[in-house]
Design a protein around this ligand. Structure first.
Ligand code: HEC
Ligand code: HEC
Length: 500
């Protein structure tokens, strides 16, 4: 029986020591280990949940009596994190609360662009919510992160009714691209895997540039995954027609259904702008992003492009708190059934998963070379050591593998899944192979949530996934059941939680 248990420790002082001056660990070792495991003692888990609820109630009472008091706590500054004044559990508590809180117009929710009759925004006063997003500017289409990321636990996926309509004209759903909220699990591990794959692809490019020539063509491979052929044109540029599954810059982007975003931090910043209209401070301070008024708004004041009278809406520190919290969420487990007959069928399902070709894209294991990832706003900041995540407590450290069930590349999934146009430069037919770890916890499935269960998700495969779908359709119903049972084993560890 394989039960994959994981513990999360952040930035052991040893791994931080190489920097000058050493950044204080934002999350000292050990603090998260309890929440990352299946609760060994359900009564202790219940006591923890009750204690957390009591603290949350206390905060709400204070906020009701003294409006704004909670926000003084939530508006964390990066300088305080850098100086070690806010770290560990305190930082996680802030991140968790920021994920769950309803933002208000006073805190920068939405925009005040209505008076300007801007095409970017709707006609109402702030927050000026609208369900269909306008291009890169977004909605806002929500008031809190948790309202869309809740299925299967905090940071989970969303219902179909939580879908976002991206990149539209701000009015007609038919103008937009419909997307189901993705579960955000093990995100820091995914980011690190992708960074290592990018580095491996870039090394191959360097070698070909140095030793090859315009006529060389070599297979492009990272962590055993093929990305087509690396061929340079006369000017030494990558020939985009020969590579596949990745952009011509060879950066593996593991976030978003299209595989369009490279880091968790970037994904969180995009969510703040597009879903909540809460503008990341870093965007406003970056002249390149600030000058892109279609993205940040065309208000007249330089420090408030969405024109709602609020400046520094999401500080770097708030983004760090959200990112750290999401990185700390327990990664999935494989919890095999105890019942011997189910156990046998789940094992049969795992075999079939390989035999009928699912594992060709949903690659069960990827090796991880280094476990230190950077989550902060600057290179070298927010270092976190993910090592204990990959070793069960009390077990010797083995080669680190991540049971992700993805190749972190894009595939052509055919006409029936295609969108009518590209999104962020990625063709309408291409989709990132979604990791299947934790899949049991996060229905509905597929990029627009069209599949209400796993069987329907498999039957929706087309294009490069068509052969596997047909092989599945031909299976005897008992074998189909075994495969579905196996997928149901890929779950998230569950803890007691009070829903706010
Ligand atoms: C109205 C619904 C909605 C709200 C509110 C929302 N999201 Fe999302 N989120 C989505 C959708 C839809 C996607 C998938 C987008 C895509 O694939 O292009 C997504 C994707 C993400 C991802 C990428 C996950 C991955 O593995 O690809 C992250 C991270 C994320 N959201 C964080 C947040 C945070 C943080 C907030 C609050 C600031 C938030 N979201 C608020 C709908 C929402
Ligand atoms: C050619 C690569 C490929 C193969 C082969 C493949 N898949 Fe997928 N799978 C994908 C992609 C890409 C998506 C997302 C497509 C979309 O959302 O439109 C996906 C989506 C899924 C989902 C839904 C995930 C979610 O988060 O909603 C499940 C479940 C799944 N696949 C299981 C399987 C099984 C089981 C098999 C074997 C019968 C299989 N896949 C074969 C590429 C593949």
């Amino acid at each position: 029986m394989r039960v994959w248990l994981i513990v999360l420790f952040f930035c052991l002082p040893i791994s931080c020591a190489r920097r000058e001056p050493p950044a204080p660990p934002i999350l000292p070792a050990g603090e998260l280990s309890q929440r990352s495991l299946l609760p060994a003692d359900p009564y202790a888990d219940a006591r923890r949940a009750l204690a957390e609820r009591a603290v949350a109630r206390e905060r709400r009472f204070r906020e009701a009596y003294e409006p704004g008091s909670m926000w003084r706590w939530l508006r964390v500054e990066q300088a305080d994190i850098d100086a070690g004044r806010i770290q560990g559990q305190a930082l996680l508590d802030i991140g968790r609360a920021l994920f769950a809180v309803d933002f208000t117009p006073e805190q920068g929710l939405g925009n005040g662009l209505a008076q300007r009759k801007s095409r970017l925004a709707g006609p109402r006063p702030a927050p000026n919510l609208r369900h269909v997003q306008y291009k890169e500017f977004g909605g806002p289409d929500g008031t809190r992160c948790l309202s869309c990321h809740h299925v299967g636990g905090d940071g989970g996926g969303g219902f179909r009714s939580d879908n976002s309509f991206l990149d539209g004209d701000g009015e007609r759903p038919a103008s937009a691209l419909e997307r189901n909220p993705r579960a955000i699990v093990g995100a820091a591990i995914i980011q690190k895997l992708a960074e290592e794959m990018t580095a491996e692809l870039r090394q191959q490019l360097d070698r070909v540039r140095r030793f090859g020539g315009a006529s060389t063509a070599v297979p492009l491979v990272a962590k055993g995954i093929s990305f087509g052929t690396l061929r340079l044109d006369r000017a030494g540029r990558v020939d985009p027609s020969a590579i596949s599954g990745v952009d011509a810059d060879l950066v593996v982007r593991p976030f978003g259904w299209k595989g369009d975003t490279a880091t968790l931090r970037e994904a969180v910043e995009q969510a703040l702008q597009k879903n909540l209209g809460v503008q990341p401070e870093r965007w406003i301070n970056d002249p390149r992003i600030r000058s892109d008024t279609a993205r940040v708004g065309d208000g007249p004041r330089a420090n408030d492009p969405d024109h709602d009278g609020v400046v520094r809406e999401a500080t770097d520190g708030m983004v760090t708190a959200l990112v750290t919290y999401l990185a700390s969420l327990a990664p999935p487990i494989e919890a095999m059934p105890e019942d011997p007959s189910f156990l046998l069928r789940a094992s049969r399902g795992a075999e079939l998963f390989e035999q009928i070709g699912c594992a060709g894209c949903h690659v069960p294991e990827l090796p991880l070379d280094s476990t230190v990832v950077e989550l902060g706003p600057r290179p070298g900041s927010g270092r976190v050591d993910l090592a204990p995540l990959l070793t069960a407590p009390g077990q010797p450290r083995r080669a680190r593998t991540v049971r992700l069930y993805s190749d972190l590349r894009r595939h052509d999934m055919g006409d029936s899944l295609a969108e009518p146009r590209p999104y962020r430069g990625v063709s309408g037919r291409l989709w990132l192979t979604p990791p299947l770890w934790g899949i049991a916890a996060s229905g509905p499935y597929m990029h627009d949530g069209r599949a209400t269960n796993l069987d329907a998700a498999i039957l929706a495969h087309d294009g490069e996934g068509r052969a596997a779908r047909e092989a599945y359709s031909k299976l005897h119903f008992e074998d189909q059941g075994a495969l579905n049972l196996f997928l149901t084993v890929l779950d998230r560890p569950h803890h007691m939680e009070f829903r706010r």
